[in-house]
Design a protein around this ligand. Structure first.
Ligand code: ADP
Ligand code: MG
Length: 691
């Protein structure tokens, strides 16, 4: 006896080292882990059907008694057990495929609880059940335990059976339940009508009714969000205290020069955001701000002004971008614009000639303030960024939280700015970035004409190409995007490489370029440059151009096999056109224009609002896919669902803020337990760490 919440799972009654290892595979290491290993689903056995009630095709759980049985081996590899069974209403045939191990235990007279699919057996005229799960009911006690209740079903791993894990969790629960401490302050529970923790956990494992289950789930979801938000909010406050930094002395002389050099004036939204940033930079606390702005809203200029502010203050300005194409593009643009101002600007990326890299590092290490632009290679050990005053991460959703933290750690409390175009719905925002200040560029530069987006089948390609020719004659340019680099054996998709060849033939009079992820960086840069200079009119590409690429003269985008892309991705791609003042066109080519396809694409063809599209995308595909696997920073909640439970999240956040406002140290009687919770048990309960 004497287990504690942190005791190893192997000491739970009936577990031992071997099964303990299997539990580890499920992420269960301690008794505590088991307590909050919540069921994946439930088997509602409160009212089981009788044989008379089942219908062909149903998946049912039913209690049967064996009358007689036979064991047939039909073919090598297929073993069949058949039994004639009955209940009080009728006869039923039960069949087990490839479960020979049951032969030893199944005997006439035995009462079973089986789960399986019902089929009609034409030969016996008896309904037949193809059994997938079998439980033997040896005693009245067994019957009581297994029927008339809602049974939890847990995730499994090879070598572990459902009945086994159910028993283990039950043991864990019996042993651990007295150890559970409810650390949520009583008055919060009272005020928001929240269930106590132990009954809630009990109800999640062993629901007594749908209504009680919902209440219990609400309590757990609240906890998950609340303690997560409490931590984020605490971090935010701490950051403000700790991240003391020297305020930047910004004269705005360089910045004003830059404004004058720009061929346009900034939008109100850009100005507003720049103002917020400059205010931050002048404070003795490091800025920690996320800029959200749809594709084409002009985030780059905001970034450049921020970098210039660092230079004015005699510090380095660092800008990190997720792809080499984008980093190079930023570098060329910034270098070009700043040339007249005598500002040193350098590029650092993964694949560089040794000499170039050395030169770049020399600039970075020199005492003169410079602008450093690079890919994630900036995170590498040997790049010293200690004189960095401002750090900007472009397309931040492409980086993991850890990468962001690593880069930040390279400098001494730099002012940080994160930029993203992938609009993250509010709930995700609050969870991932609850610790950041936010600015939104909610306005596009004037004269932008929304691209006309249409969904077409590939029969219309000739017409589309005709449209391309029309625009090409007006000296405009075209993107044609393909989903894969090379013909894949499994999926019949036109690859960019093949596509390039035929497009090159079709558009004889124009220069066609090809760009894809497997090309050397130098080749990529060369192609991008030629496209930018309109030496190439048609750019055939894969998604390497998805983020950031800026060629305002391009007005047509043809996306092949559009079904292969996520909606947010399509929105990003489409953001490459419509950047100048001319009408632009986006053609989504799909094999089918069925209602289903139309429905899926409706969001993207109907709206230009990236927020709506992202929200829709999240509903269809879930956060992992939309935000990319890189977004490993998303916390893993046990029960909470960021979309479904948004209201609870908002409430939890409000309460967390309120609490910290009243008692920032969580040291008062009413809140001390919250601190305990943050430091102990709830740690797993509120989702994992930030990596
Ligand atoms: P994103 O927010 O997607 O990074 P960019 O910064 O690449 O957008 O800007 C998109 C395009 O709009 C660029 O060609 C840029 O020069 C142009 N642009 C930015 N701000 C303005 C403005 N205020 N007026 C006109 N054009 C602008
Ligand atoms: Mg950009």
């Amino acid at each position: 006896m004497g287990l504690s919440l942190t005791s190893d799972v192997q000491y739970i009654k009936g577990v031992g080292p071997a099964i303990g290892q299997l539990l580890n595979k499920l992420g269960l290491y301690t008794l505590k882990d088991c307590l909050i290993f919540f069921p994946r689903e439930y088997d509602d056995r409160r009212k089981l059907p009788c044989v008379k009630e089942v219908e062909c095709g149903d998946m049912v759980t039913i209690v049967l008694t064996i009358e007689s049985m036979s064991d047939k081996k039909i073919k090598k590899g297929l073993h069949v057990i058949e039994a004639v069974t009955f209940d009080s209403s009728d006869w039923m045939k039960a069949v087990w495929f490839n479960q020979a191990y049951l032969l030893k235990v199944l005997k006439p007279g035995l009462k079973l609880l089986v789960k399986g699919k019902v089929e009609t057996n034409l030969f016996t005229y008896m309904p037949q059940i193809n059994v997938s799960e079998t439980e033997i009911l040896r005693s009245v006690d067994d019957i009581k335990k297994s029927t008339g209740v809602i049974i939890p079903i847990y995730n499994l791993t090879a070598g572990l059976y459902q009945a086994q894990i159910r028993e283990i969790i039950k043991q864990a629960f019996m042993t651990g339940k007295t150890l559970i401490q409810d650390n949520l302050s009583n008055h919060i529970k009272r005020e928001h009508n929240l269930m106590e923790l132990l009954p809630a956990i009990t109800e999640i494992h062993y629901p007594t009714s749908v209504e009680n289950y919902k209440k219990a789930r609400y309590r757990i979801v609240f906890d998950e969000f609340f303690f997560y938000q409490l931590r984020l909010e605490k971090q935010r406050i701490q950051h403000k205290q700790i991240a003391k930094t020297t305020p930047l002395v910004i004269t705005q002389s360089l910045i004003n020069h830059y404004y004058q050099a720009l061929p346009y004036s900034l939008t109100n939204a850009q100005n507003k955001v720049i103002h917020e940033i400059l205010e931050d930079l002048r404070k003795p606390v490091a800025m920690n701000r996320l800029i959200q702005g749809d594709v084409g809203s002009g985030k780059t200029d905001v970034a450049i002004v921020t970098l210039l502010a660092a230079i004015e203050a005699g510090k380095n300005g660092v800008l990190m971008a997720p792809t080499e194409i984008l980093a190079t593009q930023h570098y060329l643009k910034i270098k070009g614009l700043l040339e007249p101002f005598n500002v040193q600007c350098t590029l650092l990326k993964g694949k560089m000639k040794k000499r170039e890299k050395e030169e770049s590092l020399a600039v970075i290490e020199s005492s003169e303030a410079c602008i450093i632009i690079g890919t994630h290679s900036l995170i590498e050990q040997y790049v010293a960024l200690s004189n960095c005053g401002v750090m900007i991460i472009d397309e931040q959703h492409r980086f993991g939280v850890m990468q962001r933290i690593k880069l930040q750690d390279k400098a001494n409390n730099p002012h940080c700015l994160f930029m993203t175009a992938t609009p993250i719905p509010r709930s995700y925002m609050l969870t991932c970035f609850g610790d950041l200040d936010k600015s939104i560029i909610d306005e596009l530069p004037p004269g932008r004409v929304r691209p006309v987006t249409s969904l077409v089948t590939d029969e219309f390609l000739p017409q589309i190409y005709q449209k391309c020719v029309e625009r090409l004659r007006l000296k405009e340019q075209v993107y044609i995007v393909f989903p894969l680099v090379e013909e894949s054996e499994k999926v019949d998709l036109k690859s960019a490489v093949d596509g390039f060849e035929s497009i090159d033939i079709i558009f004889k009079e124009y220069q066609v370029g090809l760009i894809h992820g497997r090309m050397k960086p130098d080749e990529k840069n060369e192609i991008m440059k030629e496209f930018k200079d309109n030496k190439i009119q048609i750019l055939v590409s894969t998604t390497v151009i998805e983020v950031g690429v800026d060629v305002p003269n391009a007005t047509i985008m043809v996306i092949q096999d559009a079904d292969r892309f996520g909606l947010s991705q399509l929105h990003q791609l489409r953001g490459r056109i419509g950047r100048g003042g001319k009408q632009s066109y986006c053609f989504l080519i799909s094999k089918s224009n069925s209602d289903q396809a139309k429905k899926r694409f409706k969001a993207i063809t109907d709206t230009a609002d990236g927020f709506k599209i992202a929200e829709y995308d999240l509903k269809i595909r879930g956060p992992g896919d939309v935000l990319g696997t890189r977004q490993a920073g998303l916390p893993q909640f046990q029960l909470a669902d960021l979309l479904r439970d948004e209201q609870v999240l908002l409430l939890a956040r409000k309460v967390a803020k309120q609490v910290l406002k009243e008692d920032p140290e969580l040291s008062s009687d009413g809140y001390r337990s919250l601190k305990t919770q943050l430091e102990s048990f709830a740690d797993t309960m509120i989702g994992q760490h930030l990596n």
